[in-house]
Design a protein around this ligand. Structure first.
Ligand code: CTP
Length: 405
């Protein structure tokens, strides 16, 4: 179980639930949004109440659920206009074909559509419907009209549907919607920054079929690149060998060896404001990789290795250096070794983590980091790599801003 996150602290989420079987997923969405720090209030349409009871949302949100414009007690407590003003973000999930149509027409014939018209907060819709309904030209026209007005449309996903059909129309999962909420919130925190991230292992070839590698999955570096792009940065990801998909809006340069990685980073660095060295760069490479496969002969075989260039140290030596972030993956004495590397490589920041623990570090979804800089440190408790990446990047942007200011 991850620690409660703070990614949605300050978010006042007004969750609209319209009629659809996917409404059951919205109960989980309320739970996860609150776990990420959001305050949540739920407004249901009359149709939604056929699928999930208001009591479920009330219990999960910790707030009274509203469904009618005509409930004098509820209106006295928080009127629909106040509700619309209270929200910092509105999300309708599931958004049925009927809800899309009514909103696109500007109708205000129930509490939810009234709030949608009255709010100045950003509005996102997570459509959920049968795939034929989603593909219908009327629905497409409504969606296009809403997009033109600046409404975000999240999803729908493709897959099996409750009606037994398969195609586009599935509501995104609760966790995907929470990630979208976080991305919407952080969308301009790194605007104007160009960030180069290195990630993954490097492979140092012995011959055409063998190499020396390491167990880095690349996930931490990919999470940093992905989050940096979501936070508005221009991102170049220099990736060692890994099968991870390229995150959206990230420019990727694939490399294999440490020397190739250094060259690719140097190609990018003059325009970069930040370099994050999340790659597990091999320290040594074979002195002379063989052009053809090494055959088995001797009983004992010796490999001769030579030191690879240190990418971070190379960057630190340059006259114009970007803000330099290193990683220190250690099995023992983590903070001691990390501070040593911070100083030896003259970094602005180093993120230290213990590797070799089950469920944390290499090849796992969660991680735990301590940020160290010349005159301070900050422990980031165990969380998803996405959450840690955001917190690290926020710290970097604050440091850069305070330097500039
Ligand atoms: N690094 C680098 N170039 C190298 C080796 C490492 O830029 N040739 C960077 C890594 O990307 C990471 C940091 O240096 O950000 C620390 O890497 P690590 O392997 O932990 O440290 P090393 O300096 O290689 O020291 P050691 O292997 O002795 O722990």
């Amino acid at each position: 179980m991850s620690n409660p996150s703070t990614a949605l602290t300050d978010t006042r989420l007004l969750l609209g639930v319209s009629g659809g079987i996917a409404a059951y997923k919205s109960a989980e969405l309320v739970r996860q949004a609150r776990a990420a720090g959001a305050q949540v209030r739920v407004v249901m349409t009359a149709a939604a109440e056929h699928f999930v009871g208001a009591a479920t949302f009330q219990a999960l949100s910790g707030q009274p659920v509203r469904s009618s414009l005509w409930d004098p007690a509820a209106e006295a407590a928080m009127g629909h206009i106040e509700l619309a003003r209270w929200a910092s973000q509105v999300l309708v999930a599931p958004a049925s074909a009927d809800l899309l149509a009514r909103y696109a027409q500007g109708m205000g014939n129930d509490l939810l559509t009234t709030v949608l018209l009255a709010t100045a907060a950003p509005v996102a819709l997570a459509p959920a419907m049968n795939q034929q309904m989603w593909a219908h030209p009327a629905t497409s026209a409504n969606v296009a009209r809403l997009r033109e007005r600046g409404v975000a449309i999240w999803g729908p996903g493709v897959g099996d549907q409750a009606c037994g059909e398969s195609g586009a129309g599935r509501m995104l999962e609760a966790s995907e919607l929470v990630e979208a909420l976080i991305a919407a919130k952080v969308g301009d925190q790194l605007r104007g920054l160009r960030i180069v991230v290195s990630a993954g292992p490097t492979f140092e070839d012995l011959d055409p079929v063998r190499f020396i590698g390491n167990r880095s999955s690349g996930r931490m570096g990919f999470a940093i690149a992905e989050q940096a792009a979501l936070m508005g940065a221009e991102v170049v990801l220099v990736a060692g060998p890994t099968s991870l998909p390229t995150p959206a809006r990230v420019e990727r340069v694939n490399v294999r060896s440490a020397e190739q990685m250094l060259r690719a980073v140097l190609d990018q660095i003059d325009r970069a404001d930040v370099y994050v060295g999340a790659a597990a760069v091999a320290d040594y490479r074979p002195v002379a990789p063989r052009p053809s496969k090494i055959k088995k002969a001797a009983e004992v075989m010796e490999l001769k290795l030579v030191r690879n260039p240190d990418i971070l140290a190379t960057l630190a030596d340059r006259a114009r250096r970007p803000f330099l972030v290193g990683f220190a993956a250690e099995t023992d004495d983590v903070l001691h070794y990390a501070r040593g590397k911070l100083e030896a490589k003259r970094l602005d920041l180093i993120a230290a983590n213990r590797v070799g623990l089950p469920g944390c570090g290499f090849d796992s979804a969660d991680n735990e980091l301590t940020l160290l800089w010349p005159d301070g440190e900050l422990a980031l408790p165990r969380a998803s790599k996405a959450e840690l990446a955001r917190r690290l990047l926020l710290h970097v942007s604050e440091r850069i801003r305070s330097r500039q200011g």
